[in-house]
Structures are given as C-alpha cells and as structure tokens.
Design a binder for this molecule. Sequence first.
Ligand SMILES: C[S@@+](CC[C@H](N)C(=O)[O-])C[C@H]1O[C@@H](n2cnc3c(N)ncnc32)[C@H](O)[C@@H]1O
Length: 257
Amino acid sequence: MNKYFKKLIPNKVLSNFGYTGIRPKSFVAQNLDIREDIATKYAYDGDLLDIFASNQGPLVHKWHHYIPLYDRYFGQYRNQPIKFLEIGVAEGGSLKMWRRYFGNDAVIFGIDIDPACLQFNNPDGRVRIGSQVDKEFLLDVIDEMGGVDIVLDDGSHHMQDIRTSFDYLYPMLNLGGTYIVEDLHTSYWRRYGGGYGMKKNFFNFVRDSIDDMHRWYHENAIKNSAIAENCSGIHIHDSMVVFEKKIVYQPVSSKVG
Ligand SMILES: C[S@@+](CC[C@H](N)C(=O)[O-])C[C@H]1O[C@@H](n2cnc3c(N)ncnc32)[C@H](O)[C@@H]1O
C-alpha cells in the first residue's frame, strides 16, 4: 500500500484489511535458543519444554508461550487413558509431541483437510482426513475415538470454521474435558473472517460465553446452552482460549463464624 494512504488511514482500520504489516513472519523466533527463551520468559522448564525443544522428528510448529500453557491445562491428563483430538496435523510433529507428553495410554487423533497428512498416520497419532466443519466426519472420528476429553483447534483458524467445530464438538466433549482454540490472533485479521471490532471476531463469542456463564445474575436470554450448562471456566491468553467443561451448579454462599 502507498505510504501516503497508510499515513491517512488509522491502523485500526488498516488492520481490518490486513495492511498494518503485522504478519506471523514477524513473530518467528530468529537465532533464539528455544529452551532458554521459554524457560526465561515464562519461568517454565517442565517436561513439555524438553519434548518440544528436543524434537528431532517431523516438524512441530508452536508459539513459545503456548508450551507452559499447554502444561498448565493438560498436565492433569498425563499418563491416563484420555482421548485427545488435534484439529490440524500439518507436518505431523505435534501428534508425536503429544504422544511423548501424554504417554502410551492416551488415544491421540489428528484431523486435517490435506490428504498428504495421511503419511503421518501411525500408532503415535491416528490421522483422519476431512474438514473441521464437516459434522458427519467429526462424528465418525469421535465415534472411532470412543469419545473425546481434549480438543485442540489448530486447524484453519478461520472464524467460521472455529465456531462450527466448537458448536459441534464442545457438546460432545466429556465432562472434565478441556477445549482449546489457539492462534486466535486471526480474530483480528479479515482474511480469516475476523477483524478488530468485527462481529465474527471469536472474542465476541467468548464475551457471549462469559455472559452465559453468569446467567444466574442477569435475565437475558442464554446464547449457548452448552456453555451455560457445562462450562466451568474460560481462560484467555494471548491468542489462546481455554474452555473447561464440568457440570455447573447454581452458586451458593454461606456465612461462617
Ligand atoms: C497450523 S497447521 C497445524 C500445525 C500442527 N498442529 C502443529 O502444531 O505443528 C494447520 C493445519 O490445518 C489444516 N486445515 C486447514 N483447514 C482445515 C479444515 N477446514 N479442516 C481440517 N484441517 C484444516 C491445514 O491443512 C494445516 O495442515
């Protein structure tokens, strides 16, 4: 874009059209020691750091600040027969990483729209080809998995796709489960169906979900009954939202003493 026009139009507007120059490329770590960067910035040196940083196998692509967050929310499921689904397989490295992290008892599946990902189908991670917006396909996969405890959406990152998958998969998630959507910086990018202040921006759905979680305290209509009934917590981090699924009871308080 011409420099002159760039000066005239506020960044807020430009960003809706993808013209601010902020691109994922600008965030790719250059000449950083991965281990040291994560350990120092996020005070984290758990197993997942080692598993991620020492990966010699197929490529895995994760933002550094996600590593401690994964451990915070997934740590409870390690070495248990949990059922984990990652949307987005790409080069297969993340499924390998999850196998090393969760252990041999976990059922680990990845789905991807790209048939080339089938080459990564192996006992570490089962790969199934189909779209994250294809409900029949998702149903078949969850059926084959025997249910699902964790969904990690690292797929198309398109607003509509994220919502479609969430609307379908969250109700299927087992109680005690966790649903994570990552790379939500795309919420601010028009080419992903988002944009600053735009209706489809995923964070508007998060805001609606917060209202549903607090339905006890207002008289407005519930927007998403799955959230209202079974969402016990929503955690927002940079580009990542975590939904915890548990039975939600009407809150009570007591005076003691
Ligand atoms: C960011 S990559 C996944 C990276 C991988 N999880 C990792 O951590 O290394 C996104 C993947 O989502 C896949 N994808 C894009 N649209 C999709 C859709 N509608 N359904 C399923 N997968 C999709 C792409 O083919 C791509 O392989």
